[in-house]
Structures are given as C-alpha cells and as structure tokens.
Design a binder for this molecule. Structure first.
Ligand code: GLV
Length: 322
C-alpha cells in the first residue's frame, strides 16, 4: 500500500504527478492558508509532508502526528523546523541545498545593484511623471566596481556572491562567518576573513547570507548599524529576524546608512510600515531563488527526498540522522 503524504502548499503539477506514482497525496492546489491545527488535522495518518518554509514543524505538532516520518522542506533554510524535536521524535528533515545556490547569488547581486544604483526609486520617479529634466546629480548612487563587498555568512550562496563581486566587478571581498573557510576556497572567492566589527566598519556594501537561528536573531541591530559607514548599503537575502527592521528603518531615515535592499522581513509577509515609508529601500517579496528552473529543481529535490526515503530508506539531502 502506498504511504500517505501531505503537500502543504500549491506546487508544480508535474511534481505532484511524480509524487502520486509513489504516494497517496493530499495536496493544496488551491493554496489555502492552513494554520498549525489544520495542518495537524490533515497530517493524521500521513507518513510524510512537503513543506515550503512557512509551515512550522515543532514538538507539539510531532506529538499530535505520531505516524509522521519525514518532512521535506522546499527551501535551503529550515528555521521552520525544530530539528532537535524532529530528531528526538525520529522524524527525518530534508532541505534543498545546492540547486538554488547560483540563482540566489544572482539575485543577491541584482538587489545589491538595484540598491546601490537607486533603480526602484528612480523608476517610481519616472512612472509618477516627475521626470521633467535631466540633472547632474539625479539619482546619483554608490559605485559597485572597485568597492568593498562585505559578506556576513559565507556558505555556498555567500561564496557565489563573493565570486561575482571579485571576478565580475573587481570588488575587494571581505567576509565573516562562524568558521573560517579553508585557504583554497578563500582563494577561489578572493575573499579575506575579518572579524565582525571590521566587516561592518569597512563595508561599502554589506550582504547578509547567514542562516537564521536564535543565535543570529538581530545579528544586525542598532549597535551594528552604528559601526557602518553612512555611505554604505545593506542587502538581506537571508531571513527576516536577522536584521532588526525597526533599527534599520531608523538608520535609513536618519541618513546613518545610504540604502538597503531587502528580500526578507521580520513577520513577513507583513512589512514594517517604517520601511514601506522610506525612499531608499528596495523591497522584494522573498524571491531570491525564484527563477522557473530553480524553483522546479527545488520542488523536484523535495519530492526526490520523499521518494528516496520511501523506496531506499535514505534521503538525498538529510538534515538530521534518524
Ligand atoms: C528560501 O528562502 C530558502 O531558504 O530556500
């Protein structure tokens, strides 16, 4: 008999069809918003779930769903999973690393360029009919080539951004990470390891690419922003909660930071009104990995994890040992 799985959000029909070859699938192709109690009710009798980073899997849910054996996240970040509780309950967790690295690094760079060169702000100006004549200082921004690119969090995506900056734009790349990269990887990325304070103080452009955890909550708050140059820009493609959004909005409003590009927010999809009110922020709705081929690859990898765990007892990209 096929095991039952729940696909918590709408997904590519082709991926759903692949899953249906191996599982009895309950899907959510209407993309309804299910709360924790609704997910728990739907998980009764289910062997697995495919989540998309918004669905929280914690001790309470696991206790209510004793038949659950695997949670396959369609995201590289997995702060929606309580990994310790999952391991204690013998539930396998998987994510989708690697397949999104280059696409996400592309987007980080796009957001950096849009932020530094004031692209959204100038487009709003043009579209609202305010462009009457050219001016020497119109939307003059910050240079990217030759500037100092500072990366906080130097995993696969951070390294992709470093390579783009160093090799494509002649940037001086510095980084800070929990663990220093080996010398060969540093050389490949042309990146120099520095302490966090030096990183903040030297950055012309600071890009955040570290995973969210209680330890990285508000890694960038008022004190950290105060160390940065007033001409610097900040880009967050990591997770909401890594930046203190209120402190950031206040620094931007006061001219203590030139501009920010944000793809992730505390409490998203709600965006703090102080950020919405600012002219010098570029705001995008958590789309860093959103190219069609990459989203398809992520969905297929999440599905492959479910299929491999069922057919071979081993997932492709496990996060814990069960
Ligand atoms: C997206 O935010 C991801 O973690 O893949």
């Amino acid at each position: 008999m096929k095991p039952q799985i729940l696909v918590a959000r709408e997904i590519f029909p082709d991926v759903l069809a692949r899953l249906a070859q191996h599982f009895e699938v309950e899907s959510n192709q209407l993309d309804e918003s299910w709360n924790a109690a609704q997910i728990s009710a739907r998980l009764q009798g289910k062997w697995g779930i495919l989540t998309m980073a918004g669905e929280r899997i914690d001790a309470g849910l696991l206790a209510a769903c004793p038949g659950l054996k695997i949670c396959a996240n369609m995201a590289v970040g997995y702060n929606n999973f309580d990994l310790a509780a999952m391991s204690a309950a013998g539930v396998l967790a998987t994510n989708t690393p690697d397949v999104l690295t280059e696409t996400t690094a592309d987007f980080g760079f796009a957001l950096l360029m849009a932020t530094a060169r004031r692209i959204s702000e100038s487009e709003r100006f043009l579209r609202s009919g305010q462009w009457k004549k050219w001016r020497y200082d119109m939307f003059a921004g910050t240079d990217i080539h030759g500037s100092t690119l500072a990366i906080l969090g130097m995993g696969r995506i951070g390294q992709g951004i470093a390579r783009r900056g160093a090799l494509g734009f002649g940037m001086k790349v510095i980084y800070h990470n929990r663990t220093r990269l080996d010398a060969a990887t540093e050389a490949q990325c042309q990146a120099r390891y520095v302490g966090k304070e030096e990183l903040l103080a030297s950055a012309d452009h600071l890009v955040l690419v570290l995973p969210y955890s209680p330890a990285s909550h508000h890694a960038i708050g008022g004190a950290e922003l105060a160390l940065m140059k007033p001409t610097a820009t900040l880009v967050n493609i990591a997770r909401g909660g890594i930046v203190d959004d209120v402190a950031l909005a206040s620094a931007l409003a006061a001219g203590r930071l030139a501009a920010a590009g944000l793809d992730v927010f505390e409490g998203e999809p709600v965006v703090h009104p102080d950020l919405l009110a600012l002219r010098n922020v570029v705001l995008t709705p958590h789309i860093a990995s959103a190219s069609v081929p990459t989203r398809l690859a992520m969905a297929n990898l999440a599905a492959d994890n479910l299929i491999a765990f069922w057919t071979q007892g081993k997932a492709l990209t496990p996060l814990n040992a069960t």
